[in-house]
Design a protein around this ligand. Structure first.
Ligand SMILES: Cc1cc2nc3c(=O)[nH]c(=O)nc-3n(C[C@H](O)[C@H](O)[C@H](O)COP(=O)(O)O)c2cc1C
Length: 210
């Protein structure tokens, strides 16, 4: 994938995918979903980075506090998002929403996500995951990113001894990962090309990020 560097094929390098793990719970089922998605993205040919929010000492975003920008954790958030063509965003469902730490990750970002592509996976206690997944997609879209019209959610009952044992959910998680690797370079190339049209209406939303 991605050998000619035009809008059809994407940049002439491996697609770059950032996997963001949005749970601070050390025993979280989410870590297993992240592992599966990461393996599938690697098999699809991606260059990968993982941002595990339970390992990153990211402060709560304080708007206008410029000193936060110099913190290693905040720099890592900015640099990894800027690097990525696409994202696999993983969240536990908390009160019908994404986790607070994942929303806090979003709050440090905006332009770094514009013209990028994301797939979303979630784990829940017993719900279908639609609310947390929709909240992640909404936030990504509001940062002018594009999202996969498909997703995967696993309930607690889909795991046994920490392993995902529901094969339909396993299949969906892997499909999300493959699609992120497939579509992210195409969206990024199209957006970068549109940016070159300047700020006028011809460039669409990309002109607002030139
Ligand atoms: C604060 C909190 C809120 C939760 N809200 C929901 C919810 O709205 N729907 C649901 O299905 N499960 C809910 N759960 C259960 C978690 O989604 C479930 O435990 C899931 O597996 C989270 O991942 P983990 O516990 O493996 O970290 C909630 C759990 C917590 C701690």
């Amino acid at each position: 994938m991605g050998t000619t560097g035009d809008m059809t094929n994407g940049p002439a390098r491996a697609p770059r995918v950032l996997v963001v793990s949005g749970s601070r719970h050390l025993e979280s089922n989410l870590h297993e979903l992240v592992r599966i998605a990461t393996e599938a993205a690697r098999a699809a040919g991606a260059e990968l980075q993982t941002l595990a929010l339970h390992e990153l000492d990211l402060p709560v975003m304080h708007y206008n506090d410029r000193s936060q920008r110099e913190l290693p954790s905040v720099r890592r958030v900015h640099e990894s998002a800027r690097w990525a063509d696409g994202f696999i965003l993983a969240t536990p469902e908390y009160h019908g929403n994404m986790s607070g730490c994942l929303k806090n990750w979003f709050d440090f970002l905006y332009g770094e996500l514009a013209g990028k592509f994301a797939g979303v996976i979630a784990c829940t206690g017993g719900g279908g995951g639609d609310m947390s997944i929709t909240s992640v997609k909404n936030s990504f879209n509001w940062c002018h990113g594009f999202t996969l019209p498909f997703h995967a959610a696993a309930r607690s009952s889909d795991f046994k001894d920490g392993a995902l044992v529901n094969h339909k959910v396993l299949d969906r998680v892997q499909r999300v990962a493959h699609d992120v690797v497939r579509y992210a370079p195409l969206i990024r190339s199209a957006f970068d090309q549109a940016r070159q049209d300047g700020e006028g209406v011809r460039s669409g939303v990309a002109g607002m990020h030139s």
